[in-house]
Design a protein around this ligand. Structure first.
Ligand SMILES: *Cc1c(COP(=O)(O)O)cnc(C)c1O
Length: 434
């Protein structure tokens, strides 16, 4: 498959180089030259396919022959080797639990696929690759686990000191081996700025082959289609009508992958972009004006994005037709108070515990169903509530237990290098310490 740069349509690249490079000239995002349709037989007989077969069908056209099919089969098998159940909350709403992977977040799926592709593509390189990421919490853990012990790859993660939850911190810092965690005395924005400076620094680039692992990378974005098909497979066994799909959205990579699956032939009634107080897209759908702003901190902090970078891919999918977009996608903004109330209410009424991100999706879907009676749908459960204990415990007035599967992790020692929010300190580390 060939991909073109959305900022410079002349720049074309194959899957391998798009995976290694991440983004194109002028920071443009890569987009597939054609949207391959699913065969009708596949959608019609979806119930007969295993998760691995679904994953392979989703990915093979996008990878082409750049990875031999038996290796791609191994990669997709490792990408979806945990449960992805669709759980009914009430008669109208189900939740797709995407948090049974190694770091209890949906980002595990994209990170596992991308890391294995990158490792395959780089196996004959003699220069070691360094994956450099800034995280506000969830990305770092998923990337660390995805790349853990993969040969030829070092991972350096910057995270803001005291601003990630205890489970998130352990997921970043306890692995060791090829994973380095830098604890930055500053904010997430500081971390991100330092990473940007590193990518632009000539001396660092002369010594290291640097790459990023964020959701603009096609190898992290595209595999997210897989679980929409896995959800739909379960949905049609429970319900007759097409689902309304509500997605907790920050950088809009996740919902964009769902829309892509829909364009390829997966039936859906409607999509909902569920946002917190960062409401650039809800505003855009109302006014047709795209006005990015600095991110506002909220309880659903993985969605605190003031300029959602994947939105250009959504516009491209819709041929830049605003009306077509509005027919398929609605967006809501849910503030922290509503988020807390939703966690409390759903716990009391249905005995189901939502994390703050998933709660935003639940509240948004409820709003849509109220305006459109008779419809039904599912939300994407993007994180396990135990990753956000402060908000969740406050909402339900009970302490929540860390699942037994995390006991080993929580006992491990935290290993970090503390640095100030100063690019020169990051540079010294990258040049001399890895
Ligand atoms: C990253 C993240 C999101 C936002 O996903 P996007 O693809 O950036 O829209 C939502 N929920 C959780 C828990 C996340 O970690």
């Amino acid at each position: 498959m060939i991909y073109y740069n959305l900022k410079d349509h002349q720049e074309k690249i194959d899957f391998k180089n798009a995976t290694i490079k991440g983004q194109g000239n002028e920071k443009g995002l890569f987009f597939p030259e054609r949207i391959p349709h699913f065969e009708e037989e596949f959608i019609h007989n979806l119930h007969r396919y295993t998760h691995e077969e679904i994953a392979y069908r989703c990915m093979k056209d996008f990878v082409g022959d750049e990875i031999p099919s038996e290796i791609l089969q191994e990669i997709v098998a490792e990408t979806v080797n945990f449960d992805i159940p669709l759980v009914k909350i009430n008669n109208q709403i189900a939740v797709l639990e995407l948090f049974h992977g190694p770091t209890l977040a949906f980002k595990d799926i994209g990170a596992r696929f991308m890391s294995r592709c990158l490792s395959y593509f780089l196996k004959d390189q003699n220069k070691k690759v360094t994956v450099l990421v800034a995280t506000s919490g969830d990305t770092g853990g998923a990337v660390a686990h995805g790349f853990y012990k993969l040969p030829g790859i070092n991972v350096v993660i910057l995270y803001p000191k005291n601003r990630v939850s205890p489970v998130q911190e352990k997921q970043l810092t306890a692995l060791g081996e090829n994973i380095s965690a830098l604890e930055v005395d500053g904010s997430f924005d500081d971390c991100q700025n330092m990473v940007k400076l590193a990518f632009a620094d000539a001396e660092i680039n002369a010594k290291l082959l640097l790459t990023s692992a964020n959701s603009i990378n096609v190898a992290r974005w595209l595999p997210q289609q897989i679980y929409y098909l896995i959800a739909y497979q379960q949905w049609i066994q429970q319900q007759n009508e097409n689902p309304v799909i509500s997605v907790p959205s920050g950088n809009f990579g996740n919902i964009c992958a769902g829309l892509l699956a829909h364009f390829r032939g997966m039936p859906a009634d409607h999509f909902i972009a569920a946002c917190n107080d960062n409401h650039v897209i809800p505003d855009y759908l109302e006014t047709q004006k795209f006005q990015p702003h600095t991110a506002v901190p909220t309880l659903s902090n993985a969605m605190d994005v003031g300029n959602p970078s994947n939105f250009v891919r959504i516009m491209e999918l819709f041929g830049n037709q605003f009306d077509a977009l509005k027919n398929t996608v609605s967006a809501y903004s849910v503030n922290d108070q509503e988020t807390m109330n939703t966690i409390t209410r759903v716990y009391q009424k249905y005995n189901y515990l939502l994390d703050p991100h998933t709660a935003v999706a639940f509240a948004s879907l409820e709003k849509y169903l109220k305006e459109n009676p008779g419809k039904k749908g599912f939300i994407l459960g993007t994180a396990h509530p135990v990753k956000f204990p402060d908000a969740v415990e406050k909402a339900i007035h009970t302490s929540i237990e860390i699942p037994g599967s995390l006991n080993g992790l929580m006992k491990k020692e935290k290993k970090t290098v503390e640095i100030n929010s100063d690019f020169e300190e990051l540079k010294r580390f990258l040049l001399h310490k890895i």
